[in-house]
Design a protein around this ligand. Sequence first.
Ligand code: SIN
Ligand code: NI
Length: 271
Amino acid sequence: MIPMTIQTRVQTPITQEHIDFYRENGFVQVDNMIAPDELAELREFLEEAMQNDGDRSVSTDKKGGLYYRVLNQKVSVWRDHAGMGRYTTHPRFAEAARLLTGASGIRLFHDHGLWKMPGDSKATPWHQDTPYWPVNEANPGMMSLWLTLDDVDERNGCMAFVPKSNQLGKLKGIDLTDPQNIFDYIEGGQADAQKPVVVPLKAGSCTFHDGLTFHYAHANSTDKPRRVLAIIFMPDGVTYSGDPHVITDGTGLEKGQPIAGPRFPLLARKG
Ligand code: SIN
Ligand code: NI
């Protein structure tokens, strides 16, 4: 039997099973998030965005750098590539985020091209995302869509998640190039939170994970890049902490204000 997708104005592949799993575990796998023709187009657009320097997107590190060995990352590709803009702001993705989180409105926070390069590749260490974001709320309900443009498994950088680890609250940020062991931060009695689930995926499929969920990605031991588009969504109303961050710097946001406006468009709303 094929599970019923949830019917809303915008079509998504999200079923009640996805919603229940996400809310229980803090992550979920969603197959076939995009169709084969979209996958072909998105590969072309993301290749262009990663290979061309624009004045609005930001590369985190250069080839040879420590961070680059973990991730060849370009932040805000949607701002420099109109085709990427179409995908990053696609109503299907934001509506899927709204259904999973149950938020009444979903805004874009930012996107990244996240490539794990062949060669001297390092794993992305276990971490939570929320500690890096300039938001006031300890549990802001922010989440990431991690959409792979290549088949991924443990050989080329698939992700792993610790179910329910989002319930442990916001811990210290991990240095991705010289990582602390996040499991050292877990107090006794929460041993269940230490059993990771590895999630291999087919190209065009994705995971969604809560910003507090522990996650990890394997090193890439193949001879091709692992190409991923990650999109960070937030419920409408999340407020700015005033801390410096590449996404909010220069936007004129004041400490305590809801993160909103043209750089953070409302992409999905209830009803
Ligand atoms: C990765 O793609 O290697 C990590 C993604 C993430 O931290 O969300
Ligand atoms: Ni992360």
